[in-house]
Design a protein around this ligand. Structure first.
Ligand code: CO8
Length: 260
């Protein structure tokens, strides 16, 4: 499928999904959100795709937020619909079995940071800057940022970032635990792809179920989370991947996982 604002490239079981609207610093308008939704649904349905790297086109921005020019004229109802559309994309990222790594190559602001936080983890360029400038526009985060950031780094740091609207540099985002790894700008996507290819080589179902256990567990009591983990662990023993993985270990050969 051809997209107006997205580039999709698949290689060795890994898809690179690039938000491609550099003249607006890859800002998310309704059309970009619709295309992201369609692209993520398509990638999730494609069993040959084992991992995804999500990044932004150009050297300046990952995504500089939701499109302020589109939002400026919105009615309350339209803003609600727009927020729901963005939140659906974030929930799709969380719920899809295929892991998604955000490669934050520049500004990740507002809805752009929310998009990165919706991914499974974030690698960032040393030049990246992240923040939630919504309060400087008289609004607040609306694509899940208040929930996801406070769960990730704690309410106190999330409040500081969201209440001040200030951007922080990549090294502070690393220190605060927003990003997993910093890379030189030119190494960022190659490094994210290397990690994605590593994920693509291991047992697909083990990765998918672990993602489900971690994500679903965040909304459960710890004890329910343990129970859920144990049941998914048990289900894996009915899969070819488990038999293949353990047989390959015993036979001292490389496992050939089928994701079945
Ligand atoms: N929306 C629309 N256009 C944008 C956006 C944006 N978020 N960010 C940048 N652009 C456009 C600029 O308007 C400019 O276009 P033009 O050339 O036509 O004037 C072009 O991109 C280049 O940007 P700048 O000239 O501003 O580049 P600078 O290097 O001078 O500055 C900044 C870069 C600091 C990133 C600056 O562009 C900026 O502050 N951008 C806005 C950042 C921001 O406030 N983002 C948060 C938006 S609000 C949000 O994301 C809410 C999400 C939840 C929504 C819930 C539903 C309602």
């Amino acid at each position: 499928m051809a997209y107006r604002h997205l580039l999709v490239e698949t290689n060795e079981g890994v898809a690179t999904l690039t938000v491609n609207r550099p003249q607006s610093l890859n800002a998310l308008n309704s059309e970009v959100l619709d295309e992201l939704q369609a692209a993520l649904d398509t990638l999730e349905a494609d069993r040959t795709v084992k991992a995804v790297v999500l990044t932004g086109a150009g050297e300046k921005a990952f995504v500089a937020g939701a499109d302020i020019k589109e939002m400026a004229a919105m009615t309350s109802h339209q803003a609600h619909t727009f927020a729901a559309k963005g939140q659906k994309v974030m929930l799709t990222l969380e719920r899809m079995t295929t892991p998604v790594i955000a490669a934050v190559n520049g500004f990740a602001l507002g809805g752009g940071l929310e998009l990165a936080l919706g991914c499974d983890f974030i690698y960032a360029s040393e030049k990246a800057k992240v923040g939630f400038p919504e309060v400087t526009l008289g609004i607040m985060p609306g694509f899940g940022g208040t929930q996801n950031l406070s769960r990730l780094i704690g309410a106190n740091k999330a409040k500081e970032l969201i209440f001040t609207g200030k951007m922080i540099a990549a090294d502070q985002a690393l220190a605060w635990g927003i990003v997993n790894q910093l890379c030189a700008a030119e190494d960022l996507v190659p490094k994210a792809l290397e990690t994605a290819r590593g994920i693509a080589r291991v047992g697909t179902l083990g990765v998918a179920y672990a993602k489900d256990a971690i994500g679903s567990g965040l909304d459960m009591s710890r004890e329910d989370g343990f129970r859920y983990e144990a049941s998914l662990f048990g289900v894996l023993f009915a899969t070819q991947d488990q038999r293949e993985g353990m047989a390959a270990f015993v036979e001292k050969r490389k496992a050939e996982f089928k994701g079945a």
